[in-house]
Design a protein around this ligand. Structure first.
Ligand SMILES: [Zn+2]
Length: 469
């Protein structure tokens, strides 16, 4: 029984630690709150707007947790060993619902022994006391009929959280959610979770490596703020439009000239990518034939012709767009996968393509991924949804994502640039058919082109005040 006593002691010390962890940041917030109270809304200048907002948000949380929590990133949280924190991130995976032990009571009717172990703040998988246990008091030793063990369970699930604005990020933190916080969880959701960090072994299994896990107290939906156009923005845009029309200019050409100016030439590629961006992520329409309204684009050709740069430039300008390198990926890691852990709990993990739902997923060098993996993209590129079936987990996954991929020809360069064959494309024919734009890149070695290229490069360098690029 001494084991279980230790458990409960451990627990109390954790609580003391977490409420005692007040740092500089939180002090700042308190000061802000104080000044807001004193001066109220008469604080005049705009620079204080953000502070107002933060303070209001924190007030909100305090009513739930009573402890001001420091806001940290997923990557930072992973490196902590404890503390009361608030972590913002995107849900990339979630498990089934299961039960964990939140309280164990042992009462002996023979000697009057009674003990209650409270795990409500940090539930465990296994009760330290077996049901039908002996009385823990050695001198009593009563058998099961006189000893009652009561185990209280709590509804639990775990999710995986990733920093929302990083690409190729393998860092993710596991978060345990309890009771009502397990409702309305879906992949891609942006949340702020307040709770306590603990170093734990999955399923309390001593053979599993200890990792930092966040035990949540509250979860808040933090939808990315929609950048609504202000009246000023709208009138600025209309004025710009009129100025182009007055010059008898073309609006599309004009916008194209603003996009990726450091890439010389390729205006038709720029225009095409901007079209993909303009209708990125539109769901299919059942009333239309063809029903897909999103565009997919493939950039294929000789190496070192800025194909990857194009991909990252387009990702930069579309909210929630993602850039993934195919080199170390599989079809499943890019779409979705289910894993079954020891203990039989299934976790569904979304890959970057469904996480970029409503936006663009750029896939760099799809030829670097084995061709047998490419079939996983078929439904994503056409239907906007697919179903994952594994371990009895039947998950429909929505993925209205526009795909922009880059590739080199099968032999790295075109065999004969004058006569390009589809057999040189390092992907499935059905995938090629799902690309609405196929931009062919051919290395140009004509002296005329190279002279023009050098001239334009110097022009850009002069404009940027640098010598050479
Ligand atoms: Zn007893």
């Amino acid at each position: 029984m001494s084991d279980s006593a230790n458990y409960s002691n451990d627990h109390t010390s954790n609580e003391v630690n977490s409420s005692g962890s007040i740092n500089e940041n939180t002090v700042d917030i308190m000061i802000q709150e104080l000044s807001n109270q004193t001066y109220g809304s008469t604080v005049d200048d705009h620079t204080n707007n953000n502070n107002h907002h933060d303070a209001a948000e924190n007030e909100d949380d305090n009513t739930q947790s009573l402890v001001i929590s420091e806001e940290i990133s997923v990557s930072e949280a992973l490196r902590r060993k404890g503390g009361h924190v608030k972590v913002k991130g995107q849900v990339i995976g979630f498990s089934e619902i299961y039960n964990m032990v939140s309280e164990v009571t042992v009462v002996c009717s023979n000697c009057g022994f009674s003990d209650k172990m409270d795990y409500s703040k940090k539930p465990v998988f296994r009760s330290p006391v077996k049901e039908n246990a002996k009385c823990p008091r050695k001198d009593c030793g009563s058998m099961s009929q006189k000893v009652s063990t009561n185990i209280r369970y709590t509804t639990a699930m775990h999710i995986e959280l990733q920093d929302p604005d990083k690409f190729n990020e393998i860092e993710r933190i596991r978060v345990r959610l309890f009771e009502d916080n397990t409702k309305d969880i879906f992949a891609g959701k942006l949340v702020a979770i307040t709770g306590n960090l603990h170093v734990v072994r999955e399923n309390d299994n001593p053979n599993i490596k200890p990792v930092t896990t966040l035990y949540s107290e509250s979860i808040k939906d933090v939808r990315e703020q929609k950048q609504d156009l202000t009246q000023q923005d709208i009138s600025d845009i209309l004025a710009w439009k009129r100025s182009i029309e007055d010059k008898k200019g073309c609006l599309t050409e004009e916008i194209t000239s603003y996009f990726a100016p450091q890439i010389i030439g390729y205006d038709y590629v720029k225009k095409g990518l901007l079209m993909v961006a303009a209708n990125a992520g539109i769901p299919n329409s059942e009333k239309r034939n063809p029903k897909r309204l999103r565009l997919n684009a493939l950039l294929i050709g000789d190496p070192s012709l800025a194909k990857s740069t194009f991909l990252s430039k387009i990702v930069d300008i579309v909210p929630n767009a993602r850039y993934e390198s195919c080199q170390s990926s599989t079809g499943l890691s890019l779409t979705a996968q289910v894993s079954k852990e020891e203990g039989g709990i299934c976790t569904l993990r979304h890959g970057p393509i469904p996480l970029a739902n409503g936006s663009i997923c750029a896939l760099n060098e799809i030829g670097q991924m084995h061709i047998s993996e490419h079939k996983h993209f078929l439904d994503c590129m056409q239907e906007g949804r697919f179903t994952l079936n594994k371990y009895g987990f039947n998950a429909p996954i929505t993925t209205n994502t526009s795909i922009i991929a880059s590739a080199n020809p099968i032999n790295n360069t075109w065999k004969n640039p004058e006569d390009i064959q589809q057999s040189e494309f390092p992907t499935l024919t059905q995938i090629v058919h799902r690309f609405d734009f196929v931009f062919i890149f051919i290395e140009d070695t004509e002296p005329e082109y190279l002279r023009e290229f050098t001239r334009r490069r110097e022009e850009i360098a002069k404009k940027n005040g640098t010598r050479g690029l």
